[in-house]
Design a protein. Structure first.
Lengths: 438, 415
């Protein structure tokens, strides 16, 4: 039966090649527009750091209640002062937590002729490497004792090790930052999050920024290394102080914790709420915003890390597809109704309504699949145009084998959907009248 | 033939007209919203830059590292400015931070707020010792900064110590409507404390494009705050230079060398000088690509709608070919048939357009709450409806002409 319906469809297709081409092309354009937009939006959604960020939660609160605090409109309130951050990391009922702030510093080695490299990394309290699930290639992270004694140690990633020393085996060597030497005690694997989630207040990037080094906070501050900007500060000082260590009146660190399951999360959330309420009572925290925890992926959404234009483009693409589908449905109806005489004969000869319906749906499904094949190069073209844009996510606009499966699935869906209405119309025709008219 | 009879035919054969109507409704919703987006993207591309053409040069940010130092001092900046002023053809020079088109690599994004109110407007800050003059902006009201209003120090001082500002005309109007802005008090960012120190508006200058112009609503394109600032103890410096149009290219050639020797930089070629127009071209490249994409979408919507209506009308004519023959045999002229199909199309498309506008308004309200989309103007809706009617007439012309050529003798044949 299927082959018979397909051969009927084929005959109709070669009889009117222009209209067939128009139907297929219209569908292909709609499908390609959608696939392009979906490829981009898929690349920019989901987990920032798959396998790890599902379990990462940021503690959010407005920790600067002082009326002289400069307010920040860039991100949701989440910054804490150093003492509070330490207390949370140490006392919260979670196993792995760290307070982090991004710094941009110039790093050099003793035998460096080029004047060093300027890179981004994290100033941290607690266990940032365990938090981010970073495998160590060599050495170890710093211990609590080293942190407390402000020992000048640091962890760098393999990429930075190669940049600075030309090799990965750099344990025990010294990196100079701002005239102070730091001993490398660990070399970690390099890792770049898919989407930015760490320190969104200090990053405008959409795709993740690689953090190339990790410095214990006490040692960093002692050596005059501060965060990229000083966050939000009381006393009318600005939030645009770069690399400063005058942070006594500032909130400038994010506390992230790794929470394995829901019950652990609830425990941590209760503890955090109570902690915040305590500080709201003593007037240090703003009492309009309750203490909350946000999962990493939720946090990137809340802070609009991915620009709304991406969603807008997807919407436009779906609008275009819908328009193409309405259009094709009309064209198909016209095409089917032209041969209503034949259908009348088939009905009179005993074909049930179901088979008339099936015949037409199969025809439009076939056309949809051809449109899908045609949509493949068109999608490629669309992604090429997206890559032409000077946007931060341009390099993500690529086709994957999975895209092809998606595309065919979508083409089949579109083919069947546009066929339903015209096919329904065809099987409503009464056989006798049609024969009489012919 | 009377219109009422045509409408009756339409009602009886409702299937095809309904499909045409659905297409028109949907196309109008897409067309007007995408068109508005396109206008939003193109606004900064088409907008007048507000600076005198062919006169402005800007340097990229010059890092103190280049002179093997950690910070620039006010005296370095003074020396550099002095050296630049002595180049023949230079009319004005200013050091700056947060300059138009992000030339300095630094974006000073502010939310100027009227003191004691919730009136605020998104704007960029341009800080420097003579920015307005170097950009060739005209003073429209109030006065220039007096020397004692200059804030000296690192960039953080701009936020803490500035007490006098100038606003562009566009920003002044958004903050103070039709009142004069001169003498009014603002904050650079919203403050929790109503007694936080305020800044006095001393002057209003002509509009100029802001620093980061991508993705803003059209009304924000010109929002800028001019801040009086003498850079000191800061690691980055950028310069704006205004020269006579005849001498600008010569000045552009000399400028890097002059600055390098004045600032003690011994790495030739480390200072990049760009013409304002080139910088603007570069910054707005993204808007142009986005606009191109949207224009392609608009074009596709147009083509799809025209082809769709043509296909459906063609079918409808074919289906009623016998009726047409009968009408011709009964004395209808070719013009009558032609006009009938044109009128039918007008009625169907018109009805679709009305529904489309209503639906489109709802969609655009939703879009405005979820995305940074400006409200489509009434003109856009009018234009959309007109375009739809035009598309419809264009699409139906072929089938209608074919219908009018049906000979009366068809009435006697079985089709």
């Amino acid at each position: 039966m299927l082959t018979y319906y397909l051969s009927l469809a084929w005959q109709r297709a070669i009889k009117g090649p222009w209209i067939t081409g128009l139907i297929v092309l219209t569908m292909a354009v709609g499908i390609a527009a959608c696939m392009t937009a979906l490829t981009v939006s898929r690349a920019l959604s989901g987990e920032p750091l798959p396998g790890v960020s599902e379990h990462l939660y940021i503690a959010s609160v407005d920790a600067c209640a002082d009326p002289t605090c400069s307010s920040s409109n860039r991100s949701k309130p989440s910054l804490l002062g150093l003492d509070d951050a330490r207390e949370v990391v140490d006392k919260a009922p979670v196993r792995v937590a760290a307070a982090v702030a991004q710094a941009q510093v110039t790093l050099s080695t003793s035998d460096d002729q080029r004047g060093g490299v300027s890179e981004r990394g994290l100033i941290a309290y607690g266990r940032p490497l365990a938090l981010l699930g970073l495998p160590m290639r060599l050495g170890r992270g710093w211990t609590a004792a080293e942190e407390a004694s402000a020992a000048p140690v640091m962890v760098i990633d393999v990429w930075l090790a190669r940049q600075l020393f030309g090799q990965a085996d750099v344990l025990g060597r010294t990196v100079t930052i701002g005239g102070h030497g730091f001993r490398v005690i660990g070399v970690s694997a390099p890792r770049t999050p898919r989407i930015q989630f760490l320190d969104v207040a200090r990053n405008n990037d959409i795709t993740g920024v690689a953090q190339h080094f990790y410095l214990p906070v006490t040692a960093a501050l002692a050596a005059g290394i501060g965060p990229t900007d000083s966050g939000i500060c009381a006393g009318g000082t600005s939030r645009k102080t770069f690399g400063s260590t005058m942070l006594a009146h500032c909130v400038w660190l994010n506390v992230w914790a790794r929470v394995p399951d829901v019950s652990a999360r609830d425990r941590y959330a209760r503890w955090w709420r109570a902690f915040v309420i305590d500080h709201q009572h003593d007037g240090r925290y703003d009492n309009k915003t309750p203490g909350r925890l946000y999962r990493a992926s939720r946090w990137t959404k809340l802070n609009n890390v991915v620009p709304p234009q991406v969603g807008m483009n997807t919407l436009i693409a779906f609008g275009l597809l819908a328009l193409c589908m309405i259009n094709v449905a009309g064209l198909l109806a016209a095409r089917f109704l032209r041969r209503q005489g034949d259908i009348g004969v088939r009905r009179a000869l005993g074909a049930p309504r179901q088979s008339i319906f099936a015949q037409h749906v199969i025809e439009s499904l076939g056309l949809g699949l051809i449109a899908g094949l045609l949509g493949w190069p068109l999608t490629w073209l669309g992604l090429w145009i997206v890559r032409m844009q000077p946007v931060g996510y341009a390099d993500r606009a690529h086709m994957h084998p999975a895209t092809f499966a998606w595309l065919l699935g979508m083409a089949a869906l579109v083919g069947v959907t546009v066929g339903i209405m015209p096919a329904w119309r065809m099987c409503l025709l009464s056989p006798a009248l049609q024969i009489k008219r012919t | 033939m009377a219109g009422s009879i045509m409408l009756k035919t339409l009602r009886r054969n409702g299937f095809m007209p309904l499909l045409v109507m659905a297409q028109v409704i949907f196309a109008l919703v897409v067309l007007v919203n995408v068109g508005t987006l396109l206008r939003q993207q193109l606004a900064p591309v088409l907008a007048d830059s507000g600076v005198p053409p062919g006169q402005i040069l800007m340097t990229k940010s010059i890092s103190a590292d280049l002179a093997s130092r950690s910070l620039w001092k006010a005296s370095d900046v003074k020396t550099a400015e002095h050296a630049v002023k002595s180049i023949p053809g230079v009319q004005a020079v200013s050091v700056g931070a947060g300059l138009p088109m992000m030339a300095s690599g630094l974006w000073m994004h502010l939310l100027p707020t009227v003191v004691g109110s919730h009136i605020e407007a998104d704007a960029d800050g341009f800080a420097g010792d003579d920015v307005a003059n170097a950009l060739g902006l005209r003073l429209l009201a109030g006065s220039q900064f007096s020397p004692d209003q200059l804030v000296r120090g690192g960039l953080d001082k701009v936020f803490s110590d500035t007490r006098a500002v100038m606003l562009t005309q566009s920003l002044a109007r958004q903050l103070f409507a039709h009142q004069s802005a001169v003498g009014k008090r603002i904050w650079l960012l919203p403050k929790k404390d109503p007694n936080a120190p305020a800044l006095r508006v001393v002057g209003v200058v002509s509009n100029t494009l802001r620093g980061a112009v991508v993705g803003h609503g059209t009304h924000k394109t010109y929002n800028a705050v001019i801040l009086p600032y003498q850079l000191d103890d800061f690691p980055q410096v950028a310069m704006i230079v205004r020269a006579t149009p005849q001498r600008r290219d010569a000045v552009a050639k000399q400028l890097p060398g002059v600055l390098e020797s004045a600032l003690g930089i011994d790495k030739p070629g480390s200072i990049k000088v760009m013409r304002y127009e080139d910088l603007r071209e570069h910054t707005l490249h993204g808007n142009k690509v986005a606009a191109l994409l949207l224009a392609v979408v608009l074009l596709m919507v147009g083509v799809v709608v025209i082809l769709g209506i043509t296909g459906l009308s063609g079918f409808w004519v074919q289906k009623r070919i016998r009726d047409i023959g009968v009408r011709r045999a009964l004395g209808a002229r070719r013009g009558d048939i032609l006009r009938q199909y044109q009128f039918e199309n007008l009625a169907v498309v018109g009805a679709g357009a009305v529904i489309g506008v209503v639906l489109g308004l709802l969609v655009s309200v939703w879009l405005q709450t979820h995305f940074e989309l400006a409200k489509p103007s009434w003109l856009a809706w009018g234009l959309g409806v007109l375009l739809m009617l035009l598309f419809g007439q264009l699409a139906v012309l072929g089938p209608a002409l074919r219908a009018s050529r049906v000979p009366p003798v068809v009435a006697t044949r079985a089709v």
